[in-house]
Write a protein that binds this ligand. Structure first.
Ligand SMILES: Nc1nc2c(c(=O)[nH]1)N[C@H]1C(S)=C(S)[C@@H](COP(=O)(O)OP(=O)(O)OC[C@H]3O[C@@H](n4cnc5c(=O)[nH]c(N)nc54)[C@H](O)[C@@H]3O)O[C@H]1N2
Ligand SMILES: Nc1nc2c(c(=O)[nH]1)N[C@H]1C(S)=C(S)[C@@H](COP(=O)(O)OP(=O)(O)OC[C@H]3O[C@@H](n4cnc5c(=O)[nH]c(N)nc54)[C@H](O)[C@@H]3O)O[C@H]1N2
Ligand SMILES: [Mo]
Length: 768
């Protein structure tokens, strides 16, 4: 077993264009356990990112003792990244929640399920029967549950309570992926396939650090880069990430200026005649407006805004403009920035104007982050309607009402669904009085944490937290429900290239912990939700039954699961919905009766009406959207002269509830740090390893300085570090989100985690 902390990507298996990616099976077992000792291998896939790496879970004496990649799977061909090799150890952690907790006289005390659920149901009924009814409920869920859990939760919210205040932490994560796909192509759904890496001649990586965040996808890219006829690589990232260091062209723009850069690149591509005019004419609308808007962004203006060299921008334009098979991947450097949807649509535009879609090697990944975020979106647990339906289309509402046998008017569709930050605002203002948080840790992951803690602590707000551990959020809850997780429950989930995997229960959960599906079903039963015929609203009790019910809901929609069964998912590879690539015929999902949205103005977020949309006569063509550059809502000023950006390290996952409990991973990145340019460091008298204070208008944190690897004027702080392994007496503020700003993209409503203004000061030397 290799040391995949020191060498995260392992050995290269080079291959050439059009060849099959060779298999390489990665394995890690607990110390002292040999492959021959394993009692059972149970099929699953990764739950620590959206790549969907297939693996088998090793079970011995009723406990998880390791994992092994599945060579037969199309996604990873046996490979696993460091988080997957070591992260399963969190399941066995001695501090798992094993019994429900409720708050009594200010303290959380252990109780039984009847008491805990009774408290939630009692309050629910009281609220439902009083003035304001369903308006008092808020659900804040995740991108880490299973499809079956989300579909059930969505049904409880939409048809049980008739409530629009449901969203996932997916709002923080991939709301922009969904928004950009809907805006350009008509519906959600990734056009590309991971096999595009096998065929492309150029890879462009936009605000994405796959080396650290999708290690197996990066292995695939590296294997192509080390084989014959390797693809060219362009990286756009203000830091010199491993991707940037490998790239042939690296642009390090000032954070928050993606839209300006893309306008410049598009202008150059149009002017140099690199468009595919036939494709443009047949399959797109909006080219004249796009040309007009980007015309205002000549390269020198862009170079000024982004603080880049004009020659470098020209080189990047040439790489993209002359690519024969262009693969793009976009993630948080775009999605968590200002003008997130506009800038991400510009990547779609690049592909549309160049006719680089729907062919092997020509694809876009509007990436996902969390392992099951795709399902949150598809099933409507993010507030969207299930099956990628359009909340503003009465026919879509009618389909759901018939399927669920409820009144059309029960299903919320009088306005767009309430987005996460708005749900928190309602809780702050007191109109939401019951906030049910499942599988997310907002007391570390939302912006402006001082405010989030204040909201969670409000006495009138009943906070329910459903988690594996007593997280920073659970500590502030009124009811804590102990959940089973991956390996302890069965269900399906869909990765970023639409590959569906089945994850089977391998072991029993600890103590009285219960599967999320069972918790939601228990609530529905106790609330006695019924359909129009007086039958129970939810007619299933097992994951497989939930999956079968979902298939009916997805039928005829882009994410049609009807051909997939648990049985077909067993044994072989995961299966993509929609086939290998979408839009191979250049016909997009923009028909008014089929599309998921009537669209929004990309600069303001204003919604278009059905009439306005129909007037565009999309007729299956994709939209080219345009928007001029606008600066971020918070930019550096005298008091706060530096730009803060935040993100990830390969060794930790989010708020570390899992990776922080895996010794190898935690030892590799045990505490927060701040990355800064050596010249900035010199200006503030900071040297490597110093303890520094970083503060914004919202709060301050302390972190050790690391010099290098980032552009001048920008500092980077990983957002993983809350408190769980810190003695309450020794807690010091260290979460990046003490600093970040409450502001979001007007279209996707995704928060701007990547751009804020801070100042920095030395507190002590490396020893202090
Ligand atoms: N190891 C690990 N892997 C993960 C996760 C994890 O926590 N740890 N989380 C998973 C999840 S949920 C997600 S969403 C993904 C996220 O995956 P990524 O998006 O790859 O991760 P981030 O580090 O958040 O951001 C990516 C890059 O954006 C750059 N960036 C910052 N500001 C800007 C900007 O203004 N413009 C541009 N062009 N770039 C900018 C940052 O320097 C950073 O390198 O990772 C998934 N995989
Ligand atoms: N500053 C800054 N902030 C960010 C980001 C950033 O880049 N910068 N990125 C944002 C992004 S992209 C994301 S995705 C979020 C992530 O933020 P969070 O969702 O808050 O992060 P996690 O630590 O993954 O929290 C998931 C919780 O679910 C629990 N859990 C895991 N599995 C299960 C299960 O099966 N059932 C139940 N009930 N619980 C489970 C875990 O123990 C954990 O407490 O953070 C966002 N916040
Ligand atoms: Mo995410």
């Amino acid at each position: 077993m290799a040391d995949r902390i020191a060498d995260p990507w392992g050995e290269r298996t080079p291959y050439g264009p059009g060849q099959t990616w060779p298999a390489r099976v990665d394995l890690h077992l607990a110390e002292g356990v040999e492959e021959a000792d394993v009692d059972r291998w149970v099929q699953s896939a990764s739950i620590l990112h959206s790549n969907g790496d297939a693996m088998d879970i090793a079970v011995k004496d009723g406990r998880i003792v390791g994992v092994r990649g599945r060579a037969e799977d199309r996604v990873n061909r046996g490979r696993l990244g460091p988080k997957d090799l070591y992260g399963w150890q969190a399941n066995n952690s001695p501090d798992r929640l094993t019994r429900p907790l409720i708050r009594q006289d200010g303290r959380l005390v252990e109780t039984d399920w009847d008491t805990a659920m009774g408290r939630i149901v009692h309050r629910s009924r009281e609220l439902l029967e009083g003035p304001g009814g369903w308006g008092h409920f808020g659900f804040y869920t995740s991108g880490q549950l299973f499809l079956e859990d989300y579909y059930t939760l969505g049904l409880i919210g939409k048809a049980g309570l008739g409530n629009p205040h449901m969203d996932g932490n997916t709002r923080l994560c991939t709301a922009t992926a969904a928004a950009a796909l809907k805006a350009s192509f008509g519906t959600d759904g990734q056009p590309g396939s991971y096999t595009d890496v096998d065929h492309c001649d150029t890879i462009a990586v936009w605000g994405h650090n796959p080396a650290e965040t999708q290690a197996v996808l990066w292995m695939r890219m590296l294997d192509r880069r080390s084989g014959p006829n390797p693809p060219a690589l362009l990286a756009v990232d203000p830091r010199s990430t491993p991707v940037a260091r490998e790239a042939d062209v690296h642009l390090a723009p000032r954070t928050g200026t993606n839209q300006a850069l893309l306008n410049g690149l598009l202008r150059e591509i149009i002017q140099r005649g690199w468009c595919d005019d036939t494709y443009l004419a047949a399959h797109t609308i909006g080219f004249d407006e796009l040309s007009r808007v980007v015309d205002a962004c000549p390269i020198d203006r862009v170079a000024g805004i982004c603080d880049l060299k004009a020659a470098d921008i020209e080189r990047a334009a040439e790489v993209i403009g002359t690519a024969g098979r262009l693969l793009s991947t976009v993630l948080q450097g775009f999605y968590q920035s200002n003008q997130a949807t506009a800038a991400s649509c510009q990547i779609n535009n690049l592909h549309l104007v160049r006719g680089q879609l729907g062919r092997p090697g020509a694809g876009v990944y509007q990436m996902n982050g969390q392992p099951t975020a795709q399902n949150t979106r598809e099933t409507g647990a993010d507030g969207d309607l299930p099956g990628l339906r359009n909340w503003d289309n009465p026919d879509h509402i009618r389909e759901l009402a018939e399927l669920w046998n409820v009144d059309d008017l029960t299903i919320p569709h009088w306005s767009p669904p309430t987005h996460a930050l708005q749900i928190w605002r309602y809780a702050e203002q007191g109109s939401i009085k019951l906030l049910w948080i499942s599988a997310t840790n907002p007391a570390v992951s939302l912006p402006d944490l001082a405010r989030i803690r204040r909201i969670l602590a409000q006495p009138e707000l009943l906070v329910v937290v459903q988690d594996l551990f007593l997280t920073e959020t659970a500590e502030l809850a009124d009811v804590v429900l102990p959940a089973a997780t991956w390996g302890e429950k069965t269900g399906t989930f869909t990765n970023a290239d639409r590959t569906v995997h089945l994850s089977e229960k391998a072991v029993d959960p600890p103590g009285e912990a219960r599967a999320d599906l069972d918790i939601f079903l228990d609530y529905a039963r106790r609330m006695d939700f019924r359909n129009r015929d007086g039958e129970p609203l939810i007619g299933w009790t097992t994951p497989e039954e939930a999956f079968e019910a979902w298939k009916w809901c997805s039928a005829g929609r882009p994410c049609d699961y009807t051909a997939i069964t648990y049985e077909r998912l067993r044994g072989g590879s995961g299966i993509q919905w929609g086939g290998e690539r979408l839009y191979t015929d250049g016909v997009f999902n923009t028909d008014p009766g089929y599309c998921e949205t009537y669209g929004q103005d990309l600069s303001t977020g204003a919604e278009f009406t059905a009439e306005q949309y129909r007037a565009k006569e999309p007729a299956g063509r994709a939209f080219l959207h345009a928007a001029d550059y606008q600066p971020s809502p918070e930019v550096p000023s005298g008091d706060f002269p530096l730009l803060l950006t935040t993100g990830r390290t390969i060794y930790q996952f989010h708020t570390r509830t899992k990776t922080g409990r895996a010794p190898e991973l935690d030892a590799a990145a045990p505490d927060v740090w701040v990355e800064l340019h050596p010249d900035d460091a010199a200006r503030y008298g900071i040297t490597e390893g110093d303890l520094v204070n970083i503060s914004s208008p919202r709060g301050g944190i302390e972190a050790r300085a690391r010099l290098g690897g980032i552009r001048l004027g920008v500092v980077f702080v990983p957002f993983h570090y809350g408190y769980f392994d810190v003695d309450p007496a020794g807690r010091r503020p260290r979460a990046a989100n003490e600093l970040t700003v409450t502001a979001w993209d007007p279209v996707s409503k995704q928060p701007i985690f990547k751009v804020a203004a801070v100042r920095i000061a030395k507190l002590a030397g490396p020893e202090g």
